[in-house]
Design a protein around this ligand. Sequence first.
Ligand code: ZN
Ligand code: ZN
Length: 355
Amino acid sequence: MLGRAVPLLLFTLVFNPRVIAQDVRIGVLGLFHPHELRLQASRNEAVIIHAADQTFVLEPGPRMATVHISNNALLLDFGGYVVQTKELRATARNNGAVSFLLTVPGKVARAYRGTLVVKATRGEVVPIITMDLETAVASAVASESGSDTPPEALKAQAVVARSYFLAGGGRHRDFDFCDLTHCQFLREPPAPDSSAAIATRETQGIVLTFEEKPFAPMFSRSCGGHTRTPADVGLPGGAYPYFSVLCDFCHKSPYRWTRTLSSQDAALLGKGESGRLAVDRRLGWNAVPSNNFTSRSESGQVVLEGVGQGHSIGLCQRGAKALANEGSSFRQILNHYFPNTQLSLLGEHAVRPTD
Ligand SMILES: [Zn+2]
Ligand SMILES: [Zn+2]
């Protein structure tokens, strides 16, 4: 059954003119809290900057425009000519997507493709990129997956990333998604011949749906033996009723961890996922890797011994990798971690998993 369904779906993907072009609005580089941002053309194409009713042409090459924050407004410095503006936009000559390089001096430089809006919010320069959905998917797959992830697990991740971008918006005021694990971790787009880009192309337009509606599927790095439901870890439910499913690989050889916390920090735990994240916010990422632990007191401190990484809801990346290595297809992987869902092509009716 599976063997027949895949070529059929590929046929519809290649010849289906109704796959709709979608855009995603992503706030980037917020982690670096930029007060200054440099913008450069990164390919053989000019970047047109629109600010304060004026237009500036940034030709390809070393020339750059600098944006500073000043009293909650932006100062655009274009070769020594400075204008104050509330917001600026950067596009190609045709007003569409353009390739550009964003630099937070001393911290990070990343290349992107899309249209850029820069705002001043709470004393910071906030770059927001509207990019093609498939570019965003490939970028998230590349950032969220380990380099040894096999192709079918990458494809499952691509479908999850795409569905999330399609259905999971509205978590931020000025944009739909940030580029951190709060939404989906996302750096620059991967090279077209990278495994993440290939997995994205081979699943182009495919999303997970429940009762014919796309939903924002959750995933975590490793589940510890079985996945959990949002209710298990004190999170609100959503459009899809998650199930706790056995994850064979993690069940046989769970990722184990040990942490020692002060009794003060440990007191924040015990409130499910929100408690764990509160400790992580205080002590740093991965301070408590998962919710699945036992605790004991030892010389005035609290020792946690646990399994798994992340909230363990939805797709388990470690289990998906093992399933793919054992020969499962991305459809089988998704069907395992998201029971009762279908795979659909954007703009088309549901394609039922056939395995
Ligand atoms: Zn976010
Ligand atoms: Zn697992």
